[in-house]
Unconditional design. Structure first.
Length: 256
């Protein structure tokens, strides 16, 4: 009886094809992972050829790379599933490769694993369990199964430590973070829509030059700091206006 490990010839009209073992090896994942993604709907089913052997193509390989990139950003499988379902169904392997490049260029630096001792050294102070809870609520770190090991966003540590002594209740921090995340997500979705409709779709319809990939990555990399600065500036101005309205011009605390 034939298995999926049997090699199959390339099909020119569809590009090279891979068995499930070959696909997994090229993507750097396990066969079990490939099949699991298939059952979750994250990967299209393979084309079943003679002797019931599944054939995977370059689009499967590119989609696997995109899934792995999204996971590196910390997205859950459920979030990745929603994300992929929003993509046009006719994306080619090349389209998916470009999309992954854009996603990677917008991704923040990866969090690092750190021990509690090293965390306290960088914080410059001893940290109680309550301090750790507050830092987690602010998104500075994530707890792990080991109570002495954390995933740290080092870019937020200094600000988080400064806020530890501010008299704000833990529940208020959680509520504030929820508000910020919801509005940030809404802004990101709208900006993504504008980028897709005004930049991505026209590119897909007209571009054949491979140099366009580098151009798109460069555009995305340059857009990121501009977008972040615009969001920060708009937030500062809006918050200042709201504080002035709530407390009066003289008593309003600083917003920046």
């Amino acid at each position: 009886m034939a298995t999926e490990t049997e090699e199959q010839p390339e099909q020119p009209e569809r590009g090279p094809t891979f068995t499930v073992d070959e696909l997994a090896a090229r993507a750097g994942v396990t066969v079990r992972t490939v099949r699991f993604y298939g059952t979750k709907g994250l990967l299209p089913p393979p084309v079943i050829g003679p002797r019931r052997v599944g054939h995977y193509g370059p689009d499967h390989l590119s989609r696997l790379a995109l899934i792995e990139e999204l996971q590196r950003q910390g997205m859950t499988l459920a979030a990745i599933e929603r994300y992929l379902h929003q993509l046009p169904p006719d994306l080619s392997a090349r389209d998916l490769a470009i999309h992954r490049a854009l996603v990677a260029s917008w991704a923040p630096e990866s969090a690092e694993e750190i021990t509690r001792r090293e965390l306290e050294r960088r914080a410059g102070r001893a940290l109680s369990d309550g301090d750790v809870d507050r830092l987690a609520a602010m998104g500075v770190l994530d707890k792990s199964a080991d109570p002495d090991v954390f995933r740290l966003d080092s870019t937020l540590l200094r600000l988080g430590v400064e806020l530890l002594d501010v008299p704000i209740a833990h529940e208020t921090i959680l509520a504030s973070r929820t508000v910020l995340l919801e509005h940030a997500r809404a802004a990101a979705q709208e900006l993504s829509r504008l980028f897709r409709e005004e930049v991505w779709n026209p590119y897909r319809e007209s571009a054949e030059d491979p140099d366009h990939l580098a151009a798109m990555k460069s555009l995305s990399a340059h857009m990121q700091p501009m977008v972040i600065q615009a969001l920060v500036t708009a937030f500062q101005r809006s918050l200042r206006e709201e504080l002035r309205a709530a407390f009066g011009t003289e008593q309003a605390p600083a917003a920046d």
